[in-house]
Design a protein around this ligand. Structure first.
Ligand code: 3SL
Length: 243
């Protein structure tokens, strides 16, 4: 497996055709997606555009849908939930389809929706994603950070490095680190692996969340490593299910 990391979707060459893509948005979209599916959500349907989301959600039975989303870290008006991974509890999400839109994470997903194997990763499901890649053995894998409005995000690189480091550890012969961005991300992970939450808190988006109010539970959840077994996997364009 040739594994590359792109800090933001726009860094991916237009002619890149990876066999697999792993989208990461540690704070907080891919952490929320992982926990929602782990807690029994039927699916997460991701939207870059809010009007598209509203139209699709309107067509779904009211009793089995939730509108989930944020802009700038704040819950969208009229939505059922914001983008907090600690809010997607089993009693809230079980059996429901989450119609979700976030500032960066769902846009990153949209950018790679044509990749044959598309999964999302965060720190809590890092090991599960690594195992899935080692099982499927795609020839080329693009790990794609969501960033913040087109710019680098420290926490996405931390998780990309955590995934790259684990793949190298588990199967060094099968894992080829294919770009400098991934080597740098692995070095970042080696630096912070004892205290990933501290890294999330000093990151600029961590600082933004701290500025918005108390997000201690979110930080703890987003920094929790290898806690859940779910691999959110795209089964049709924009629709992720537990696998
Ligand atoms: O950018 C995103 O997609 C969000 O995850 C941002 S936030 O953490 O919900 O503010």
């Amino acid at each position: 497996m040739q594994i590359s990391y792109f800090h933001v979707p726009a860094e991916m060459p237009a002619d890149a055709r990876p066999e697999a893509a792993v989208v990461i948005d540690v704070l907080r979209a891919t952490t929320t997606i992982a926990w929602a599916l782990q807690n029994g959500a039927e699916a997460v349907q991701a939207f870059a555009d809010l009007e598209d989301l509203r139209q699709a959600a309107d067509l779904w039975p009211e009793s089995s849908r939730l509108r989930v989303g944020e802009r700038g870290g704040q819950t969208l008006p009229g939505f059922d939930l914001g983008n907090s991974p600690v809010a997607v509890l089993p009693e809230t999400v079980a059996g429901k389809r989450l119609f979700m839109s976030t500032t960066n994470g769902t846009r990153a997903l949209d950018r790679v929706r044509d990749v044959p194997l598309l999964v999302t990763a965060a720190l809590p499901n890092r090991e599960a994603v690594a195992e899935r890649l080692l099982e499927k053995r795609p020839a080329s894998v693009a790990i794609v950070g969501s960033g913040w409005e087109g710019s680098y995000s420290l926490e996405d690189s931390l998780a990309a490095g955590a995934l790259g480091a684990l793949l190298t550890e588990r199967d060094p012969a099968a894992t080829v680190i294919a770009n400098d961005e991934l080597s740098a991300a692995i070095a970042l992970w080696q630096n912070w692996r004892q205290d990933p939450e501290a890294c999330l808190r000093i990151a600029s988006h961590g600082q933004r969340l701290i500025g918005l109010g108390d997000h201690d539970a979110d930080f703890r959840c987003c920094a929790g490593l290898d806690q859940i077994s779910v691999v959110p996997t795209q089964i049709e364009p924009g629709v992720l299910k537990a696998a």
